[in-house]
Design a binder for this molecule. Structure first.
Ligand code: ACO
Length: 333
């Protein structure tokens, strides 16, 4: 079974409640129709009801009637949400008036529905930039206990089966935190271990990447990765984490034998943690384009509940697949 089929099969076993805040976006609504048809999730769709109904008729969508539709102008639990928002962010200036105004924004409404426990997760971003989807989630849903940073991982599937786990690897952070310090980088590694287990379905062997292997170069950027490796090992003593490693030492057994003999990770890493967003974002796109790898994500990790961001160039399939992934994250929570 390929990766997408296995994720969908897992989602179907215990569908979770997912909110789609961009219900008046045509691809999102067509994807919602398929998600309901395939039994992947129970959906709440946010948007102007007349506009949603127009799209339902235009695309002849038979299953949307099984979703819960919420119009931001007529929110059933509005006072409950306002109270929660003021409780959570009153000190940051959120008054009942500010909360009421924020709730008219579907991205804030989606995030607060997740926080209130009315849904298990959220998928958006077909119509909004990454930062705009993430900001309400970072402000209200916040991070998992023990984790202070949200980051974004990609499941990379290469045709060359010699790498990672039969060609599958997890890369992070490729999407969120521009310049993590050592503590934050360690948290990214630990969160990515969780993504490898819950989504990729394998036990992680994590390489903390740098331009140096085991002291071959001296630089403060290398020091950061060395320190992050130590912190990550302390945070997750049962997870195989090693660094600092260059990417060839991480992936190629003969190089690993020379540069990092005895390492449990070098030469067979299936999770690559990059030292900064610049490196991670550039690396995943290069592997995707030059090596024709499938890049699935970003899967956001470290958030207290699963919330995932689509690319604005996404296809209907991408939306369906990301909802299935979000359901699997909610199952693992
Ligand atoms: N993890 C946890 N919390 C965070 C994070 C994070 N990574 N970043 C910000 N926060 C929190 C802050 O602590 C703050 O909380 P508070 O208000 O309770 O004090 C809140 O979120 C807002 O923080 P700001 O710094 O004001 O948030 P801002 O909107 O400036 O930035 C954002 C957050 C949007 C995630 C920003 O870091 C960003 O734009 N990152 C890059 C995203 C991007 O463009 N990625 C590349 C494209 S994606 C791709 O190619 C796949």
């Amino acid at each position: 079974m390929d990766f997408v089929s296995s994720i969908k099969a897992k989602a179907k076993q215990a569908p979770k409640r997912i909110v789609l805040p961009e219900g008046t976006e045509a691809r999102t609504l067509q994807a919602a129709d398929r998600i309901i048809e395939e039994g992947l999730a129970e959906l709440t769709i946010i948007g102007n009801i007349d506009e949603i109904n127009k799209l339902v008729a235009q695309y002849n969508l038979k299953n949307i009637e099984k979703a819960t539709l919420v119009d931001p102008q007529n929110i059933p639990n509005k006072q409950k949400y306002i109270d929660l928002m003021v409780e959570l962010r009153g000190k940051k200036g959120v008054t009942p008036e500010v909360a009421e105004k924020q709730l008219q924004d579907p991205l804030y409404l989606g995030a607060i529905m997740v926080k209130a426990g009315d849904v298990d997760g959220e998928v958006g971003g077909a119509d909004n930039a990454t930062g705009d989807l993430l900001r309400p989630a970072l402000q209200y849903v916040k991070t998992l206990p023990g984790i202070s940073v949200v980051s974004g991982a990609f499941i990379m599937i290469t045709e060359d089966k010699q790498f990672g786990e039969n060609g599958m690897m997890v890369f992070a952070d490729c999407a969120v935190l521009p310049n993590p310090n050592a503590q934050e980088l360690a948290q990214i590694a630990v969160a990515t271990a969780g993504t490898a287990r819950a989504i990729a379905g394998f036990e992680p062997r994590i390489a903390m990447l740098s331009f140096s292997t085991k002291g071959s170069a001296k630089h403060e950027m290398v020091d950061k990765v060395v320190e992050a490796t130590k912190i990550a090992q302390e945070m997750a003593p049962d997870t195989q984490i090693d660094g600092e490693l260059q990417s060839d030492a991480a992936l190629i057994p003969s190089v690993a034998n020379k540069k990092a003999p005895g390492s449990a990770v070098a030469g067979k890493a299936n999770v690559l943690v990059f030292p900064s967003l610049e490196v991670g974002n550039i690396a995943y796109k290069l592997v995707q384009r030059i090596a024709h790898a499938e890049a699935i994500g970003p899967v956001l990790q470290g958030m207290a509940a699963p919330i995932n961001d689509l690319s604005r160039g996404c296809s209907i399939d991408d939306i369906v697949n990301l909802v299935a992934i979000t359901v699997c994250q909610a199952q693992a929570k």
